[in-house]
Design a protein around this ligand. Structure first.
Ligand code: VGL
Ligand code: ZN
Length: 200
């Protein structure tokens, strides 16, 4: 039997791309890379999960309430939409996180839930997923937190380094985040290195 895989696309939303409220540098460059990857996963019968940062107005996550961030990804706004050029499959499982108005939390997609209220970890387990490939935005926040949680949850976890970009509040944050993920057991790879050949 082949190992059951999934692709997790973290927060590829307009506000994390150039022109958005909290842009990762060149954040939109992950879109064509992820589109190719989505096609390969879909063609191989593997599911695609996509998380979204989804904050209420006046969230405790925002500077106006003592949090670290300018307002971004506010529910229902254009900035909170998935990037318009991201070709998510019809059966994508959308994971919503950051929707608690009182918390500056929700960096990890593993704190998010499906539209039916199922935590990401439980949804992956239900699909029998053992191996997770992660790309998206931003390297130093939600990608980092999601990859670290994926390892903790027992998934064989691969970071797609050509499909991530960082916010880098402090220069070098993304590089440090990648080092930390590696140290904690995340495998570093690229979308081009994924082997989709079926042996079973
Ligand atoms: C994120 C900062 C604040 C992210 C979300 O998706 O990486 N970063 N909220
Ligand atoms: Zn946020």
């Amino acid at each position: 039997m082949t190992v059951q895989r999934a692709l997790l696309i973290v927060d590829v939303q307009h506000d994390f791309c150039p022109g958005g409220a909290l842009p990762a540098q060149d954040g939109d460059e992950v879109v064509p890379v992820l589109n190719r990857c989505i096609e390969q996963f879909t063609n191989s019968g593997y599911p695609v999960f996509a998380s979204r940062d989804w904050h209420p107005e006046g969230s405790a996550h925002f500077q106006e309430r003592g949090g670290p961030w300018p307002p971004h990804c506010i529910q229902g706004t254009a900035g909170a939409e998935f990037h318009r050029d991201l070709n998510l499959p019809d059966d994508v499982v959308v994971i919503t996180k950051g929707d608690d108005p009182e918390e500056d939390e929700g960096y990890s997609a593993f704190e998010g839930k499906t539209e039916n209220g199922v935590l990401l970890g439980d949804a992956l387990a239900k699909d029998g997923i053992e191996e997770l490939f992660i790309g998206g935005l931003a390297t130093d926040y939600c990608v980092r937190a999601s990859a670290l949680d994926a390892v903790k949850a027992g998934f064989r976890t691969h970071l797609l380094v050509d499909a991530i970009r960082g916010v880098d509040v402090n220069p070098g944050d993304s590089g440090l985040a990648i080092e930390e993920m590696k140290r904690d057991g995340v495998h570093i790879t690229t979308t081009e290195q994924i082997n989709f050949e079926r042996t079973a």
